[in-house]
Ligand binder design. Sequence first.
Ligand SMILES: CC(C)(COP(=O)(O)OP(=O)(O)OC[C@H]1O[C@@H](n2cnc3c(N)ncnc32)[C@H](O)[C@@H]1OP(=O)(O)O)[C@@H](O)C(=O)NCCC(=O)NCCS
Length: 157
Amino acid sequence: MQASWHQDADKLTFIILSEKAYANGPASDVVSSMIGDVNVFLINHNDQKAAEVEVMIAEPEARGKGYGREAIRMMLAYAYRELGLTYFVVKIGLANTTSARLFKSLLFVQESVSEAFQEVTMVMDMSTSTVPRNLTTYSQRSLKERLAKDTLAAENE
Ligand SMILES: CC(C)(COP(=O)(O)OP(=O)(O)OC[C@H]1O[C@@H](n2cnc3c(N)ncnc32)[C@H](O)[C@@H]1OP(=O)(O)O)[C@@H](O)C(=O)NCCC(=O)NCCS
Protein backbone atom coordinates (compact mmCIF):
# COMPACT_ATOMS: atom_id res chain seq x y z
CA MET A 1 0.00 0.00 0.00
CA GLN A 2 2.71 2.51 0.98
CA ALA A 3 4.70 1.61 -2.14
CA SER A 4 1.68 2.34 -4.34
CA TRP A 5 1.24 5.75 -2.66
CA HIS A 6 4.80 6.60 -3.67
CA GLN A 7 4.73 5.11 -7.14
CA ASP A 8 1.20 5.76 -8.38
CA ALA A 9 1.62 8.06 -11.38
CA ASP A 10 -1.98 9.27 -11.38
CA LYS A 11 -2.55 9.89 -7.69
CA LEU A 12 -1.24 12.47 -5.23
CA THR A 13 -1.76 12.16 -1.50
CA PHE A 14 -0.99 14.79 1.10
CA ILE A 15 -1.26 13.86 4.75
CA ILE A 16 -2.81 16.58 6.92
CA LEU A 17 -1.14 17.25 10.27
CA SER A 18 -2.59 19.06 13.26
CA GLU A 19 -0.50 22.20 13.68
CA LYS A 20 -1.11 22.15 17.42
CA ALA A 21 -0.14 18.49 17.89
CA TYR A 22 2.90 18.96 15.65
CA ALA A 23 4.03 22.13 17.40
CA ASN A 24 3.59 20.72 20.89
CA GLY A 25 4.55 17.09 20.35
CA PRO A 26 8.00 15.52 20.47
CA ALA A 27 10.37 16.72 17.73
CA SER A 28 9.63 15.18 14.33
CA ASP A 29 6.66 13.20 15.68
CA VAL A 30 4.67 13.34 12.49
CA VAL A 31 2.63 10.16 12.98
CA SER A 32 0.79 11.24 16.12
CA SER A 33 -0.05 14.61 14.48
CA MET A 34 -1.88 13.04 11.52
CA ILE A 35 -5.55 13.99 11.29
CA GLY A 36 -6.50 13.19 7.70
CA ASP A 37 -5.55 13.30 4.07
CA VAL A 38 -6.36 15.03 0.81
CA ASN A 39 -6.06 13.19 -2.51
CA VAL A 40 -5.99 14.14 -6.16
CA PHE A 41 -6.61 11.45 -8.80
CA LEU A 42 -5.57 12.55 -12.27
CA ILE A 43 -8.29 12.00 -14.89
CA ASN A 44 -9.02 12.99 -18.47
CA HIS A 45 -11.61 15.62 -19.21
CA ASN A 46 -11.92 16.68 -22.85
CA ASP A 47 -8.13 16.96 -23.23
CA GLN A 48 -8.04 19.23 -20.19
CA LYS A 49 -5.69 18.38 -17.32
CA ALA A 50 -8.15 17.33 -14.66
CA ALA A 51 -8.44 15.60 -11.31
CA GLU A 52 -10.92 14.16 -8.88
CA VAL A 53 -10.44 15.53 -5.38
CA GLU A 54 -11.11 13.72 -2.13
CA VAL A 55 -10.61 14.93 1.44
CA MET A 56 -10.97 13.32 4.82
CA ILE A 57 -10.45 14.76 8.27
CA ALA A 58 -10.44 11.38 9.97
CA GLU A 59 -10.18 12.51 13.58
CA PRO A 60 -13.64 13.75 14.64
CA GLU A 61 -12.18 16.17 17.20
CA ALA A 62 -10.11 17.80 14.44
CA ARG A 63 -13.20 18.61 12.35
CA GLY A 64 -14.76 22.06 12.17
CA LYS A 65 -11.44 23.82 12.81
CA GLY A 66 -10.67 24.88 9.26
CA TYR A 67 -8.27 22.06 8.38
CA GLY A 68 -10.53 20.61 5.66
CA ARG A 69 -10.99 23.94 3.91
CA GLU A 70 -7.31 24.82 4.11
CA ALA A 71 -6.21 21.36 2.89
CA ILE A 72 -8.47 21.53 -0.18
CA ARG A 73 -7.41 25.10 -0.95
CA MET A 74 -3.71 24.20 -0.72
CA MET A 75 -4.18 21.07 -2.84
CA LEU A 76 -6.04 23.06 -5.51
CA ALA A 77 -3.34 25.71 -5.54
CA TYR A 78 -0.61 23.07 -5.80
CA ALA A 79 -2.41 21.17 -8.57
CA TYR A 80 -3.04 24.39 -10.52
CA ARG A 81 0.35 26.01 -10.10
CA GLU A 82 2.69 23.03 -10.07
CA LEU A 83 0.83 20.50 -12.24
CA GLY A 84 -1.16 22.77 -14.54
CA LEU A 85 -4.51 21.17 -13.69
CA THR A 86 -7.52 23.34 -14.48
CA TYR A 87 -10.56 21.08 -14.05
CA PHE A 88 -11.56 19.56 -10.72
CA VAL A 89 -14.30 17.09 -9.82
CA VAL A 90 -15.61 15.99 -6.42
CA LYS A 91 -18.25 13.36 -5.65
CA ILE A 92 -20.15 13.88 -2.41
CA GLY A 93 -22.81 11.75 -0.70
CA LEU A 94 -26.26 13.39 -0.93
CA ALA A 95 -26.55 13.46 2.86
CA ASN A 96 -23.18 15.19 3.25
CA THR A 97 -24.43 18.77 3.09
CA THR A 98 -21.42 20.10 5.03
CA SER A 99 -19.04 18.96 2.29
CA ALA A 100 -21.30 20.19 -0.50
CA ARG A 101 -21.44 23.65 1.15
CA LEU A 102 -17.69 23.63 1.65
CA PHE A 103 -16.94 22.85 -2.01
CA LYS A 104 -19.57 25.34 -3.18
CA SER A 105 -17.82 28.03 -1.17
CA LEU A 106 -14.62 27.04 -3.02
CA LEU A 107 -16.44 27.78 -6.31
CA PHE A 108 -17.40 24.22 -7.25
CA VAL A 109 -20.78 23.99 -8.99
CA GLN A 110 -23.19 21.09 -9.13
CA GLU A 111 -22.89 19.14 -12.38
CA SER A 112 -25.14 16.12 -11.78
CA VAL A 113 -26.91 14.01 -9.17
CA SER A 114 -26.86 10.22 -9.17
CA GLU A 115 -29.85 8.71 -7.40
CA ALA A 116 -28.30 5.24 -7.90
CA PHE A 117 -25.09 6.16 -6.08
CA GLN A 118 -26.80 8.74 -3.83
CA GLU A 119 -24.14 11.29 -4.65
CA VAL A 120 -23.76 14.69 -6.22
CA THR A 121 -20.94 15.52 -8.64
CA MET A 122 -19.54 19.03 -8.35
CA VAL A 123 -16.95 20.57 -10.68
CA MET A 124 -14.73 23.60 -10.94
CA ASP A 125 -13.27 24.74 -14.27
CA MET A 126 -10.40 27.16 -13.77
CA SER A 127 -9.87 27.54 -17.52
CA THR A 128 -13.16 29.30 -18.19
CA SER A 129 -13.27 31.79 -15.35
CA THR A 130 -10.99 34.21 -13.59
CA VAL A 131 -9.53 32.21 -10.76
CA PRO A 132 -9.51 34.05 -7.43
CA ARG A 133 -6.00 34.54 -6.10
CA ASN A 134 -6.78 32.83 -2.83
CA LEU A 135 -7.38 29.58 -4.74
CA THR A 136 -4.04 29.65 -6.49
CA THR A 137 -1.66 30.71 -3.76
CA TYR A 138 -0.66 29.17 -0.50
CA SER A 139 0.33 31.63 2.13
CA GLN A 140 3.13 30.71 4.51
CA ARG A 141 2.18 33.79 6.52
CA SER A 142 -1.30 32.56 7.42
CA LEU A 143 0.17 29.19 8.35
CA LYS A 144 2.69 30.85 10.66
CA GLU A 145 -0.01 33.04 12.20
CA ARG A 146 -2.17 30.01 12.94
CA LEU A 147 0.79 28.11 14.37
CA ALA A 148 1.56 31.01 16.68
CA LYS A 149 -2.12 31.35 17.70
CA ASP A 150 -2.45 27.62 18.42
CA THR A 151 0.76 27.56 20.42
CA LEU A 152 -0.38 30.55 22.45
CA ALA A 153 -3.77 28.91 23.14
CA ALA A 154 -2.04 25.69 24.22
CA GLU A 155 0.23 27.64 26.60
CA ASN A 156 -2.80 29.27 28.21
CA GLU A 157 -4.70 25.99 28.71
C1 LIG B 1 -16.08 17.41 5.24
C2 LIG B 1 -14.76 17.64 5.93
C3 LIG B 1 -13.61 17.35 4.97
C4 LIG B 1 -14.69 19.14 6.33
O1 LIG B 1 -13.45 19.39 6.98
P1 LIG B 1 -13.43 20.22 8.34
O2 LIG B 1 -12.01 20.49 8.69
O3 LIG B 1 -14.24 19.50 9.36
O4 LIG B 1 -14.20 21.54 7.89
P2 LIG B 1 -13.72 23.04 8.09
O5 LIG B 1 -13.47 23.29 9.53
O6 LIG B 1 -12.64 23.36 7.13
O7 LIG B 1 -15.05 23.81 7.74
C5 LIG B 1 -15.52 23.88 6.44
C6 LIG B 1 -16.94 24.37 6.45
O8 LIG B 1 -17.81 23.34 6.91
C7 LIG B 1 -18.56 23.79 8.04
N1 LIG B 1 -18.62 22.70 9.01
C8 LIG B 1 -17.59 21.98 9.47
N2 LIG B 1 -18.04 21.04 10.34
C9 LIG B 1 -19.40 21.21 10.40
C10 LIG B 1 -20.44 20.55 11.10
N3 LIG B 1 -20.19 19.54 11.94
N4 LIG B 1 -21.71 20.97 10.92
C11 LIG B 1 -21.98 21.99 10.08
N5 LIG B 1 -21.02 22.65 9.38
C12 LIG B 1 -19.76 22.27 9.55
C13 LIG B 1 -17.81 24.95 8.61
O9 LIG B 1 -18.70 25.83 9.23
C14 LIG B 1 -17.13 25.53 7.41
O10 LIG B 1 -17.95 26.45 6.77
P3 LIG B 1 -17.63 28.02 6.93
O11 LIG B 1 -16.18 28.19 6.59
O12 LIG B 1 -18.55 28.64 5.95
O13 LIG B 1 -17.92 28.33 8.34
C15 LIG B 1 -14.62 16.73 7.20
O14 LIG B 1 -15.63 17.03 8.11
C16 LIG B 1 -14.63 15.25 6.88
O15 LIG B 1 -13.59 14.66 6.62
N6 LIG B 1 -15.79 14.61 6.87
C17 LIG B 1 -15.89 13.20 6.52
C18 LIG B 1 -15.41 12.83 5.11
C19 LIG B 1 -16.05 13.65 4.01
O16 LIG B 1 -17.22 13.98 4.06
N7 LIG B 1 -15.25 13.97 2.96
C20 LIG B 1 -15.71 14.80 1.85
C21 LIG B 1 -16.05 13.99 0.62
S1 LIG B 1 -14.90 14.36 -0.67
